[in-house]
Design a protein around this ligand. Structure first.
Ligand SMILES: Nc1ncnc2c1ncn2[C@@H]1O[C@H](COP(=O)(O)OP(=O)(O)OP(=O)(O)O)[C@@H](O)[C@H]1O
Ligand SMILES: [Mg+2]
Length: 232
């Protein structure tokens, strides 16, 4: 059984169709890329999976359970975390408070230990832990947002354009970290098709609300249509 299985997902905003019947699956341990241009429907797909917007129709199964009906706060305890587009930090709260919020659904005794692990992963966040998250650089905010998601100990992680607006060196750092998250199942949404496909085992190409191509990432990187449209 796939960890995540989406079938015939439709999402509309006030009658305007943003996602038009997509099928998408993730097996346990896979990194899968979802690429596509501006407005293709990538974020809307993630929002529907995470209960931030309601699907008009379709099925979203996580370990066989229909999670399409859950509110967003029902996901963390099931092991699902989202690093949203724009990072979604609480700008006036400190870095550490933001990280701790990621653990809100946990009641175990290892939260402090995991916080230290995040600081080992991103020493910069430790240096800035008392600072308001809104005062961090873009790259540091991306680290904090990823760190917050990891604090929930997810098994399934959604990343919405983690490279957006970051300097190349920072993009490299973020993706190195993502690659080091062994065993985690990841859906990586990116406009940066090259980096997303080189990081993933499989990929989906989304255009105007539909999946137009899917396959092994290596093959997509070589595909003339993908090259012409996304790898310029
Ligand atoms: N809150 C909203 N209300 C109305 N329309 C929306 C809303 N959010 C997105 N849309 C529309 O839905 C479509 C899909 O948008 P979406 O944000 O999912 O695309 P995307 O692939 O994530 O794009 P980007 O790469 O720019 O983030 C677009 O036509 C967009 O204008
Ligand atoms: Mg988006």
């Amino acid at each position: 059984m796939n960890l995540l299985e989406i079938s015939d997902l439709h999402v509309s905003y006030d009658g305007i169709k943003a996602v038009k019947g997509i099928d998408l699956s993730l097996a346990s341990g896979e990194i899968v890329a979802l690429i596509g241009a501006n407005g293709a429907g990538k974020t809307t797909t993630l929002k529907a999976i995470c209960g931030i917007v309601r699907a008009r129709s379709g099925k979203i199964l996580f370990e066989g359970e229909d999670i399409g009906v859950l509110p967003p706060h029902g996901l963390a305890s099931r092991g699902i975390a989202l690093v949203p587009e724009g990072r979604g930090l609480f700008g006036r709260s400190s870095v550490e408070e933001n990280l701790e919020m990621g653990a809100y659904s946990r009641s175990d005794t290892e939260i402090a230990h995991d916080l230290e692990k995040i600081y080992t992963l991103f020493p910069r966040l430790k240096e800035r832990r008392k600072q308001a998250a809104g005062t961090l650089s873009g790259g540091e905010q991306q680290m904090a947002s990823l760190g917050r998601a990891l604090m929930s100990r997810p098994r399934l992680l959604f990343l919405d354009e983690p490279s957006m607006g970051l300097a190349p060196i920072m993009v490299q750092k973020i993706f190195e970290t993502i690659r080091s998250l062994e065993g985690m199942t990841i859906l990586l949404v990116e406009q940066n098709a090259k980096i997303a496909l080189s990081m993933s085992q499989r990929g989906y190409v989304m255009e105007s609300g539909k999946i137009t191509l899917a396959g092994a990432s290596g093959a997509l990187l070589e595909n003339p249509l993908v090259r012409a449209a996304y790898l310029g």
